[in-house]
Design a protein around this ligand. Sequence first.
Ligand code: F6P
Length: 552
Amino acid sequence: MPVIRSNDINTSSAWAKLHQHQRATRHMHMRQLFEADPHRFERFSIELDGLLLDYSKNRITDRTLELLIDLTDAADLAGWMARMREGEHINVSEDRAVLHTALRMPAEASLAVDGADVVPAVHAVLARLRDFSNAVREGAWLGATGQPITDVVNLGIGGSDLGPLVVAEALAPYASERLNVHFVSNVDGQHIARTLRTLDPQSTLFIVASKSFTTPETLLNAHAARQWLTGVLGEAAVARHFVAVSTNCEAVAAFGIDPANMFGFWDWVGGRYSVWSAIGLPVMLSIGFEHFSQFLAGGHAMDRHFFETPFIRNIPVVLALLGVWYNTFYRAHTHAIMPYDHGLRRLPAHLQQMDMESNGKRVGRYGERLDFDTGPVIWGEEGVNSQHAFFQLLHQGTRLVPCDFIVPMNSHYETGSQHQVLVANCLAQTQALMHGKTESEVLSEMAGMPGDMVDMLLPQKLFPGNQPSNTIALDRITPYSLGMLMAMYEHKVFVQGVIWGINSFDQWGVEYGKQLAKVILPQLSPQLAPAHEHDCSTNGLIGHFRSRHGKH
Ligand code: F6P
């Protein structure tokens, strides 16, 4: 693998030219760009299979895109894309390939990784998942007392929770009416307790979803669930009420789940990229295997677009470059994502993990220190509700917050004109953010008002505008379009990681807190001697817990 020192990117001429270009154009207002070019929408939008990306409301010109594309050359994006696609071990710190794209390949494809074709293995697991999910959905898989399954509880956290949760929620219109799917992730006992409260052990199936099968939160919830079940039905019931999704067969067997009821995946699937694997089992149970296959097909369509389209017309590449433009050259710290679709309301949480766990890093892939900002803070909420919460800051605050607006053109729920109202709100927000409201526009609204009132209110009613946004319009939220959308963001994050020289596929930053929690846990017990080895804040808080717990 050719070694490209990650931190060379900021010494490239493309980088320097982008800095110069930003200085030269930063006072340019998008309002003027639109006035000057009535075809800006056509020129700065891309459509693929019912997914439209409108990126015209950005602080860019043709020259900006040209320079950003030069940056992809400097970072050898084409080379890294090929290395990922072909299964090279681009996750260098863990010496692993990165092949979530292989999970969505059709059965007739092939991809040799480390000497073996992975596609037949992927489809062999898919075939088992199809048979199992069909059996549960059709009522052929029976619980220990002969009852069909009515409730499925996925026990997992992070990538073993957020991806399937988002997909199951978004595709609720396709869900089986006789099977409810629940997700329990938090180690906070109230999450599982509140979920189990209304369920009947005789008709409940648990999926223990953990790539490593060592994640304490998931294992504690799995033990709590097993106790709840066996307390009523006895130990023998575990075989009919527990299945596992993992790469760790030994640990699954040690927990007491028959490996025959385990669905595997591979170390080349990162947790936050794993919804396409057996981790998608709760989704398959909810919407059926055929719909899940369409979700995979949508992801595969986006993969082909990503790998085969010139960068200037390549949706994930363009999105990534726009993000780099603001993050690196405007030093915008955050990026907001607003789905105008109630079913997609948890998408920002999934993208938060996917982006921030991938690119929230201060060193390059070979351990070298990076002298520039990397991954932004990703945040967001469902549209319209967020208008009544934080949009004030977007419109009139002091910060630059690039945004993505995601909106379906059709709803599964035709409730009068409500969908039109939703869409009108979405479009109005992107327009207001871009255009702003000028002094003369505000003054004409205040005609006839006393002068002192005008003086006070004018600055408060001004909207500076020039706030960038992308609009991603889907014809409808279907399994296929959702697959495209989620794969689009995966590739966007990959491209940004390549530009910044990051290994987007490890996550050392989450380990330290886990280590410390193991030290602190026994020290919370009043039976043991109090701890003094920490800083005084942590010692004090441990002492506070010991003195208050169980007494209030
Ligand atoms: O939070 C760290 C992390 O390792 C994530 O990357 C992962 O998605 C999550 O924990 C769950 O891991 P596992 O599937 O191994 O339980």
